[in-house]
Design a protein around this ligand. Sequence first.
Ligand code: NAD
Ligand code: DAU
Length: 351
Amino acid sequence: MKKTILITGGAGFIGSHVVRLFVQKYPAYTIVNLDALTYAGNLANLSDVETASNYIFEKADINDAAHMDALFAKYQFDGVIHLAAESHVDRSITDPLAFVRTNIIGTVNLLNAAKAAWKGTMEGKRFYHISTDEVYGTLGDTGLFEETTPYDPNSPYSASKASSDHFVRAYGETYGLPYVITNCSNNYGPNQFPEKLIPLFINNIKSNKPLPVYGDGKYTRDWLYVIDHAIAIDLVYHKGKNEETYNIGGFNEWQNIDLIKLLCTIMDKKLERTPGTSEGLITYVTDRPGHDRRYAIDASKINEELGWKPSVTFEQGLEQTVSWYLENQAWLDNVTSGNYQDYYENMYASR
Ligand code: NAD
Ligand code: DAU
């Protein structure tokens, strides 16, 4: 079946894996990738599909409402998969307004454009909003986030994502906009910008730089390989129910310090360094303010209703991720040139 689908944030980490999957799996679809190409967006992530006949790139900012309306008029989208966002918690602590603008106002601009374009023809349309488990706040030592867990965001990033989730739901209730939302746990894998824990630490280990572990290092995250997230997004886009939320997670909780030690072991092997060399770079630094202690997802709903589960173990995924970063030095050099050194100095010098 022919469809035209808008994917926002398709030049970013998760978005590029979603764009690739849709372009390759659905040759009859037209995939329009809309991205502002902020520091986190990189068209090199999509060099293997950029000449595909069913792929179009539009450089645009979701904060520009008139441009969104024009693109909806131009392409007559059947569906939207909305990933564009400011995504890094530490940056949200230094510049919350950037997160309000893109994550809240940008999302409302897209909702308005979809509402206007689909007026009278909502049947078969779908607005799929990609969100995060961080909207649920933090867990104690036990328990899991379920779809019914009350929202309780703690960082400007998670507050902005929670707000955007509420707006999507409100447009469903108020205007009948057909929507679906997923809330996913921490992703890792190729093409992740080296501001997030795993790629930052891979890059630092390579360069023999300190590994800045926040607080006591006993914070827990539930890690999912990015391609498994992309597969889940495909499934929810095509088979999920309107007005539903699905939690997506890796069934894979790790305390940061244990994950970091595993990463160090893999890196020592790959770089043929004496075992223990990389662990010697671990440096405990000042904690992130408002740092959520533990995230863990109950992904049984998407598992039982749609048959999704992760396809790779963490050890396999982490090994593949390390190999990708070691084999793609040019990609790393490119994204760590320019403003990256300033960002790094500002973020870590005072810790
Ligand atoms: P990312 O930072 O790697 O990519 C974000 C993309 O959005 C970039 O390509 C950037 O250029 C684009 N973008 C930013 N502002 C824009 C704007 N104003 N207009 C148009 N494009 C803009 O992010 P990611 O890690 O790939 O996350 C993608 C989505 O998934 C986000 O909505 C995030 O909240 C959500 N999410 C991420 C994770 C994770 O672990 N990374 C987990 C759960 C949910
Ligand atoms: O849970 C989903 C979320 O996961 C996504 O919504 C976010 O977009 C994504 O950035 C991620 O948020 P986190 O804050 O969990 O990811 P980050 O990689 O920044 O940090 C992971 C853990 O590692 C967290 O406990 C903080 C810690 N950390 C992070 C960095 C960057 C460190 O100890 N040192 C660091 O230098």
